[in-house]
Structures are given as C-alpha cells and as structure tokens.
Write a protein that binds this ligand. Structure first.
Ligand code: NAD
Length: 507
C-alpha cells in the first residue's frame, strides 16, 4: 500500500492539517463536534481543571496548538449519547457494522499522509514508523469487519442429554470506556474501537491528552461516513476524564492501555459496579540471543526491538540475554551499529530514531541515566540526553547489569537496553522469566526446534523467533503477570467485547 506523496510529508503540511482540519476545543459527542467551554470560575470544575492544554512538536519542543480539555460535563453528555445509541446499534445487522468498519479503513487510507504527518509532528515518530502505524490501524478495522461477518449468529452445542437443544450466541458487552496511551495513538485506538464496534458496543473513547491530533481527525472521519450518532464519542481529556468514565455507573466495560500505576487505579475504579475490564499494561521483555545466532541479524533484531519508537513500546525487548560464548563479538557489532543510527527530526527521511514524545518522558529517561551512573553500570554506548531542541536521548546500552538493578526490573519506556550473559538455555529462560512483567519476548537462534521449546517455557503473551515487533491482527495481544488482563486483537480481541449467551430448549 503506497499512498504517499513525497511533498505532503513535511512539518508545514502537518501544521496546515492541524489548522485546517483538526477540531480544537471540542469533543465529538452524539455525532457532532461540541465546543468545550472554559469552566466558569465559580464551579467545582474550575478548581480541578486547567482546561487549556498545549500540544507539542516532540522534534522541536515547540507548541503546535493549544486546546481545551473536556470535563465531567462532557463525560455525562457522552454517556447519555452512547446509552441512547446502544439499543439500535447493538441490534444492527453485522453486515452493516462491517461496512462502517470498512468505511473507516477507507477514510484512513484517503487521509493516510495527513495521519502520518500528525503522528510525526505530535509523537516525533520517523516517517516510516508512522506509516506502519497508520497501515496497521487500517488493517485492524478491515480484520474485524471480516471477522464479525464470519461469526455464526447461533451455534448448536452438543450435549449428552436427550430431548433438549442447547444454543449459543454472542451479545455485545454494552457501553464501553476505551482509554488509550500516547505511544501508538491510532493503533491502540483501532485495537479497541474496531472489535467494540464489530461486537455492537457503543463507546466513549479517550485519547491520551499528549497526542490528541490523530483521534480528533478520527471524529471527522466518523462524521463523513455517517456513523449513527452516539455510537462513538471522542473525549479529549486527561486523568480526571478517564476517572469519570471508569467510575460512571452506566459504563459496562473498560478497556485500558497504559501504565501499571494508572492501571491499578482503573482496576479499583472498575470494581464499583463490577465492570468488565481489560488491561494492557507495561513490559520488560527479554530478547534471548543463543550461541548459534547470526551476529549481524541478532544486532538488527536487538536494535529494532529497543530503539523503534525511541523505546516507547510496551513490548520493547529492553533486556538482552546473550550466550557468553558470543557476547563479546555481539557487543562489538552492536556498539558500532547503534552508534551509526541516525537520530533526528521525524520529518527528516534519513532519521532512524526520533525524539521521545514529551519533556516528561525525556525526564523519565534522564532519571534512569542518573540511576545507572549512581549504580556504576558499564555503559557500552549512549547514556545521555542530547543537547538540542526537542526531546532527544541517546540510544543506550548497559552491559553486565545486575538483576537487582532498577534498570533491569523497571520499565523505562525509552531507548535503554540492559544486558546480561547466560551459559545455557535453562539459565536464559530463568532470567527471561525473572520479571514482574510478561508481555513479549524474542529468541534469536539457528535452531528453530530449540527456539520453539524455549518459547514454550518463557512466560509471555507474544514471542518472536528470529523476528521482532511484528504484530498481526490475527494474533492475540496481551501479557501474563503484571502486564495485564485479557487479550486484544485476533478472535480473543472480539471476545473481549462480547458475552456468550446460551439458550436451552426442551422439545
Ligand atoms: P498512562 O497510564 O499515563 O496513561 C494512559 C491513559 O490513561 C491516558 O489516556 C491517560 O490520560 C489516562 N489516565 C490517566 N489517569 C487516569 C485515571 N485515573 N483513570 C482513567 N484514565 C486515566 O500511560 P502512558 O504514559 O500514556 O503510556 C505509557 C504506558 O502504557 C507504558 O507503561 C506502556 O507500557 C503502556 N502501554 C502498554 C501497551 C500494551 O499493549 N500492553 C501498549 C502501549 C502502552
């Protein structure tokens, strides 16, 4: 799929898109844009909200635009709209729901360059990475359009009893609160929104306040395809809006992707009223390089696994485990290849690693550089933030990191790789599993049978062998342990928005 016109992917054209097409100071509720008024100074809202919010160009640290964030007022309106839309949408023919999903995919294709441009501008992603994001989101809408039409309305369940029939069907889970992070705005939204709509749910979608632009464009697209009003409501808001959504008594299901700290809050908020919940949380995934691995290929996979999106990936393979027999030659090549990475502005077509998303995220990475210095870690390369405009950190590798180090145990969410050697497969598996997280893993080996055997023993929801970070719509996504609850994508991703129902007939 190549929809790119070279001239349209510039900072100027992205800023033009923001000016011409993105609805600022508004929420998409009940099928239309509603202006978010500044809270009156004498209301309770005025104390808790600074409703003006600056959106930044991560590449330069400059303000792109200032917008107003929602308050609980818009949450209430959106819940009412989603509730009113639910009876009709939940009974819409699956072929109709599928056609809306395909229409969203078509609109995204039409707007491909604009969506890529917004992502490069607001996230600092290199152009090629932003293109992959938009393509993945489009593929996800198409996948669920297909999947829902393939699902049987009724199926007969065989039983050992005579004189009865047992039938099974699926019903939508209800009104959903979808809360997404900033690192893959369009993709994380598609992973939730596509199956929710396919299943017949109506939704409140809260993009991350840090990267609102692509989801605000989505509102225009939903309006253009004439999605029935109230089916999707988009609330540009921060934590208070997320909390108001998750606490609301009329919300049936919460699907949250984000940090563990907020995930814990969301889980306790969901307890009130016993809401259904899916949580996609953090990771500290291992990449295991076996003795028989090809060094150059292993280095490509290691670099892709930690420096894509400047390390801001939940499934980043941020812990390197390498067999001691090849460790020195691997580190020699890894250092050279890492230092040759082109760091720069996402709009520069030579850029291989862009900035971090925000000043806050840059400070988070700096905190770990300081910790590494305090712990006297051996720095193979990097270890500093860059002294330039924008939120840039050096791609960084520490070797011989103790498993007790905070850099080994905690999710950094930045371009920092920690490494350790192992002597045999059992030790590699034990090291890989020694984590509070268990989202993903990579294994690099010439012996596929041994690698598959290792994959069976590593605790993780998704494991790549001689690959990295490819996530297909057909495969379920989610972790074990503190990496979350439930699965997105694939058939499991649809089940997350459905409840099975059984009907028993006597005859
Ligand atoms: P975050 O937890 O700070 O925010 C996530 C979302 O939650 C945002 O939209 C935020 O506004 C909202 N929020 C904040 N407080 C809330 C509250 N009290 N109630 C409801 N909503 C609230 O996460 P982030 O910094 O945006 O994203 C980074 C984190 O996301 C990382 O930890 C990363 O591992 C995780 N992540 C996980 C996956 C996955 O699939 N497992 C994917 C992407 C990101």
């Amino acid at each position: 799929m190549e929809m790119t016109n070279a001239n349209s992917l510039t900072r100027e054209s992205a800023i033009q898109t923001v000016h011409d097409e993105v609805m600022l100071n508004a929420a998409y509720i009940d099928g239309k844009w509603m202006t978010i008024e500044a809270p009156a100074t004498d209301t309770a809202d005025a104390d808790s909200y600074d409703s003006n919010y600056d959106l930044y160009d991560s590449n330069s640290g400059t303000i792109i635009a200032t917008t107003r964030l929602c308050t609980k007022v818009q949450v209430e309106m959106a819940v009412n709209a989603a509730s009113a839309a639910y009876p009709s949408w939940s009974r819409t023919a699956v072929s109709t729901r599928a056609s809306y999903l395909n229409a969203i995919a078509e609109k995204m294709e039409e707007q491909f360059d604009k969506l890529v441009g917004l992502s490069v501008l607001n996230n600092g992603k290199p152009i090629e990475e932003a293109k992959i994001d938009v393509s993945d989101a489009i593929a996800c809408y198409r996948y669920y359009a297909n999947l829902i039409t393939e699902q049987a309305t009724w199926s007969e369940v065989s039983t050992s009893e005579s004189g009865i029939r047992l039938l099974k069907t699926y019903a939508p889970v209800g009104i959903c609160a979808l809360i997404v992070p900033w690192n893959f705005p369009m993709v994380t939204t598609a992973w939730k929104l596509a199956p929710a709509l396919a299943a017949g749910c109506t939704v409140l979608l809260k993009p991350s306040e840090v990267t609102l632009l692509p989801e605000l464009m989505l509102g225009n697209m939903l309006s253009a395809i004439k999605l029935p009003k109230g089916v999707v409501n988009i609330l540009p808001g921060a934590a208070e809006v997320g909390a108001a959504m998750t606490c609301h008594p009329l919300i049936d299901k919460i699907s949250f992707t984000g940090s563990n700290a907020v995930g814990e809050k969301v889980m306790s908020q969901a307890a009130k009223g016993i809401k259904d919940i899916s949580l996609e949380l953090g990771g500290k995934s291992a990449i295991v390089v076996c003795a028989d691995a090809d060094i150059d290929h292993a280095c490509d996979l290691i670099i892709g696994g930690i420096f894509t999106n400047a390390g801001q990936i939940c499934s980043a393979t941020s812990r390197l485990l390498v067999h001691e027999s090849i460790a020195q030659s691997l580190f020699d090549t890894l250092k050279v290849n890492t230092e040759s990475l082109q760091i720069g502005d996402g709009f520069d077509t030579d850029t291989q690693m862009g900035p971090l998303v925000s000043e806050q995220q840059l400070n988070q990475v700096k905190k770990y550089f300081d910790l590494a210095a305090a712990e006297n870690l051996t720095c193979l390369t990097g270890g500093e933030i860059l002294n330039r405009q924008g939120y840039f950190a050096m791609p960084t590798i520490y070797t011989n990191v103790l498993v007790t180090s905070q850099l080994w145990t905690e999710e950094v969410f930045g371009p920092i790789l920690v490494s350790q050697t192992f002597t045999d497969h059992a030790e590699a598996i034990a090291l890989a599993n020694d984590s509070q997280f268990a989202l993903a893993a990579s294994i690099v080996s010439a012996d596929e049978t041994a690698a598959v055997e290792m994959a069976l023993q590593i605790q993780a929801g998704h494991i790549w062998i001689n690959e990295q970070q490819i996530v297909l719509p057909e495969s379920g996504w989610g972790g074990f342990k503190q990496s979350g609850i439930g699965r997105e994508l694939g058939v499991d991703g649809l089940s997350a928005y459905q409840k099975s129902k059984h009907v028993l007939l006597s005859h």
